[in-house]
Design a protein around this ligand. Sequence first.
Ligand code: GDP
Ligand code: IMO
Ligand code: MG
Length: 421
Amino acid sequence: MNVTILVGSQWGDEGKGKIVDILSNKFDIVARYQGGANAGHTIVIKDKQYILHLIPSGILRQNVTCAIGNGVVIDPIALLDEIKFLESQNINIKGRLFISPNAHLIMPYHKLLDSIKEGTDKIGTTGRGIGPCYIDKYARKGIRIVDLLNKEDLENKIRRNLEEKNNLLRKVYNHEELDVDSIVKEYLAFDEAIDPYIADVSTYLNTQILAGKNILMEGAQGALLDVDFGTYPYVTSSNPTSGGASTGTGIPPTKITSVFGIVKAYTTRVGNGPFPTELFDEDGEKLRKVGAEFGATTGRPRRCGWFDAELLKYSRMINGIERAAITKLDVLGSFEKIKVCVGYELNGKKLKSFPTDIVRMVNVKPVYEILPGWNTDISDTRSYDDLPPEAKNYLDFISEQCGFEISIISVGPKRIQTIEL
Ligand code: GDP
Ligand code: IMO
Ligand code: MG
């Protein structure tokens, strides 16, 4: 039995989609446990690129079944668009996608409030309604997938919610109200389209575990965007860390066999918030250009910087990462020298533990070690032995500093550009 949690170990966009696709070869089921259409997971097979936002990245392998757990917040419009897109690519979804009735629905007012609120507090969200939807979930006002099954109840819930939201829009944000009837009509219609996919995901997953099936849990975002462990308040509103996988699917901690980390060979971040190793010079520009660092969901340029081993040590600890995939190693192929942050200093003193409060986090100074680059294009390299010695040295250094074993090295976006150890 293999029940593995796959987590983004930095600020998201580590290459989770690509690695889930590679690993799902060895799994029967891939399940998402948190986040929503704020995620953008890219998979490249031959010359075809797929960007998935809600449906697990295992969907591209016909013998894999996919599940969306209760911890995910679902935008029905995004979901149906994604299903339609995959079907247009001749990928069969029916009977291969199960959605938890307990997952919450993103409503039009969540997306609207996300964009209005962004005007003031500037987290730099993706605008997909994620924060406002989780607010309603925890305020016990949310509307869930299960509510689609009872038209009368659904209509009542939408009307009740809209009464409150329209008040808020008018009185607090001086914004035009939303039309209740058209939203009721729109959501009543989702029932028919989504009904075939609704299934008791937690019972299904636990039954499959008992039957000896292998399950991969696909995290979205990354550890430093975790609402509890990340750089709060510059985070998302869920728990991307491994702890979120249990509450987001109903697979108990006693059934989880390992935690696998996706680690980018340098650091990126989209949106606002502290980023100690961020580069504002031509090296940062080069990482963005060579690494094509533009958001898969919003297209925003990603902020880029050197690898941060101090951050990774913290991420390894809170996630329990044992093994990792290092992605985008090829992007470092044209640097003479490569820096790695091995600790933080604050007011001239080395910090003993990772600071998650913003005041210290924005003021820390990274302490760097400088490693020799390999100045070679490794995107066609297919075996560890063929990697340049400087690249091997870089991998050894990261692995030793961070305390995890590296079992996959990714040297390009395509399936074949992968070295498994
Ligand atoms: P995710 O959100 O963690 O799934 O990552 P994204 O898909 O948002 O961003 C990763 C980007 O890097 C995508 O465009 C991938 O196609 C690409 N990518 C993944 N692995 C590699 C790699 O090893 N090298 C290069 N050059 N690109 C990669
Ligand atoms: P994947 O799964 C990178 C960031 C946003 C913003 C913050 C809050 O592709 O790695 P939200 O819309 O979630 O309320 O925005 O989190 N963010 C991501 N950054 N990758 C993601 O997902 C992200 N999902 C959200 O940019 O800073
Ligand atoms: Mg992404």
